[in-house]
Write a new protein. Structure first.
Length: 294
């Protein structure tokens, strides 16, 4: 008995002392070993039970845990410290070890290859957000930052992180609308064309001779990932000199054609050709009248 507490005190041949003390208002049991060695429970292969007299696993806890607000979380284990951690070591497969480590208001998830160093794979921050430091695969081993093998359902928009206020919005009317700095610049199936939104309107002229310089070609892509089947289209470098508005150059320098706008140019060229035909028909009719008059 010590200061109102009772227990057992034993010493080994080297004078190292182990104490088992029962005391306190809640009937707490302390195990204290004065040496720097370890205190082993069920070292012979048995199980350790907390809150149960018949543990069936190495460590079985059957005890409710309350937090500081008095919330009962059911059975649980509390690990306290300045930076508490739990590590998982697969004794028959030492290729990988895993650890959950909390510090600086973060819960970090680590993995360590055999013989290597711990790598932080991701963490929960204080706001409950999950940040991944490695590729994420859903139904697949990831080859990209996010690799999904299946369908994705979401409600909202897709935002670009490389361009401010540039996003694709999926609307309830089944249309996709592309916004640039708050203005809609493209919509699936339609494009913004309201005259109330336009100024400096000018009719395109001299289109036919420019269009006649284009080549309508068939081709195959060099990169099989872009497709192996024969394709048809135009050559961007042949279109750009007269119509730079139809061409977009990506950050790698490759040229893309805005094919929906090409139809506007073709329409204008067709109208010019039709006017030429009508003029020729009028000249031909006038020539016939003159011949009949002779």
């Amino acid at each position: 008995r010590n200061s109102g507490n009772s227990g057992v005190r034993m010493a080994d041949a080297n004078g190292n002392v182990i104490e088992g003390i029962l005391g306190g208002a809640l009937g707490t049991l302390w195990l204290n070993y004065t040496s720097t060695g370890n205190v082993l429970l069920a070292h012979g292969g048995g199980n350790v039970g907390i809150g149960t007299t018949g543990p069936t696993d190495g460590l079985e806890v059957n005890k409710n845990w309350w937090d500081s607000s008095g919330t009962d979380w059911g059975g649980g284990i509390k690990i306290r410290g300045t930076a508490p951690s739990i590590s998982f070591w697969d004794t028959d497969n030492t290729a990988q070890n895993f650890m959950i480590h909390t510090n600086s208001n973060q819960m970090n998830f680590y993995v360590r290859p055999s013989g290597g160093s711990w790598n932080n794979m991701g963490y929960f921050n204080a706001s409950g957000q999950m940040i991944f430091n490695s590729p994420v695969g859903i139904g697949a081993v990831p080859s990209y930052s996010l690799h999904v093998n299946g369908s994705i359902a979401f409600n909202g928009a897709l935002f670009s992180l490389t361009r401010s206020n540039f996003f694709l919005n999926f609307q309830t009317d089944r249309n996709m609308v592309l916004y640039d700095n708050g203005s809609a610049i493209w919509q699936s199936g339609t494009s913004t064309s309201d005259i109330r939104l336009k100024k400096d309107i000018q009719e395109l002229k001299g289109l036919l001779p420019k269009v006649l310089k284009w080549r309508a070609v068939s081709f195959k892509f060099k990169d099989p990932q872009s497709g192996t089947e024969p394709q048809i289209g135009l050559i961007a470098q042949e279109v750009e000199p007269a119509f730079p508005e139809l061409i977009f150059t990506d950050k790698k320098g490759y040229k893309l054609i805005d094919y929906p706008k090409v139809t506007v140019v073709l329409l204008g060229a067709l109208q010019e050709q039709q006017r030429q035909l009508e003029a020729l028909q009028a000249d031909l009719a006038s020539l016939k009248q003159k011949i009949k008059g002779k």
